[in-house]
Design a protein around this ligand. Structure first.
Ligand code: ADP
Ligand code: MG
Length: 270
């Protein structure tokens, strides 16, 4: 459904992204990972049509992204920005309802719109705060209100920039499980995630960016090796196998070698 070929993006003389390639099908979950400043948000904004590449091409359902009108685009894909905020005193329900605008185009709210907003607020775990003003929300609550907005948009492609920011461990899992549910319904997800273990657990394709270039791309098993993590993040780590079968990255706080099998029960005992 989404194809990006050889994307390049530059600001002045600074190359933010070079030779970025991605192919996404319905139901895929792609995680963009990499250190701060690697170009993850830039890549996501290009894929969402918010930025135009200097060179390269993006198609969505076979059509060049640049040829879609803002409304056509908003009916197909939804974007969750890093640290979203609305400076107006909107209620949580009004924020979620913004997601219905591309479908409504001026008509009054239908029972379907109302049902979708209710379901999105429930899925994001924020329905109990539907009447609260956004200006009074905690960081995690604001994150969930904006997640409800992008869910209410009923997109076929969901672009999420650090959606687990400000969320406690319960809601981190919850939100990614909501994404899993959307995948089963055919929605493709592209998410910037900092937590390598959440990326490993939930995504089927990882793109590891480093200094604007793709350092590795493939399954979590292919991408998450201690050598690569050292090359890109400059830290020592061991990669174990999570009980669910996916790679599990354990950073080493100093360069003490760990005897992997013995260390596991020790860590579990605490
Ligand atoms: P990431 O999301 O991986 O942390 P970004 O895509 O936001 O990284 O940014 C990539 C790099 O581009 C960073 O070094 C950032 O400082 C730089 N950058 C982003 N926007 C601009 C801009 N408007 N002018 C100059 N540099 C920018
Ligand atoms: Mg970013």
């Amino acid at each position: 459904m989404l194809e990006a070929n050889a994307l390049r993006y530059r600001i002045g003389t600074k190359l933010l992204l070079d030779n970025f390639n991605l192919s996404v099908n319905p139901g895929d979950f792609v995680a963009l990972i990499g250190p701060n400043g690697a170009g993850k948000s830039t890549a996501l904004r290009l894929l969402g049509g918010e930025l135009q590449p200097e060179s390269g091409a993006i198609t969505l359902d076979g059509e060049p992204l640049v040829e879609l009108s803002p409304t056509q685009l908003a009916r197909k894909r939804a974007c969750f920005q890093q640290n979203p905020s609305v400076d107006y005193p909107f209620t949580v329900r009004e924020i979620a309802d913004l997601g219905r605008q591309p479908h409504r185009l001026g008509r009054f709210e239908s029972p379907h719109d109302r049902r979708v907003v209710d379901q999105s607020l429930t899925a994001a775990g924020i329905i109990h705060l539907e009447g609260r003003l956004q200006t009074t929300l905690s960081g995690g609550e604001a994150t969930r209100a904006h997640l409800a907005r992008v869910l209410a948009q009923e997109p076929r492609l969901l672009l999420l920039d650090e959606p687990t920011n400000h969320l406690d461990i319960h809601y981190q899992q919850e939100i990614l499980q909501v994404c899993q549910q959307r995948r089963k319904e055919g929605c493709a997800i592209i998410a910037v995630l900092h937590d390598l273990n959440l990326a490993s657990r939930f995504a089927d394709q990882l793109v590891l960016l480093h200094e604007g270039r793709t350092a590795a791309q493939g399954t979590p098993e292919e991408v998450l090796t201690s050598e690569r993590i050292h090359d890109v993040y400059g830290i020592e780590s061991v990669v174990w196998k999570h009980p669910c079968g996916c790679p599990w990255v354990v950073p080493l706080l100093d360069s003490h070698p760990i005897e992997t099998p013995e260390a596991l029960p020790l860590a579990a005992a605490h």
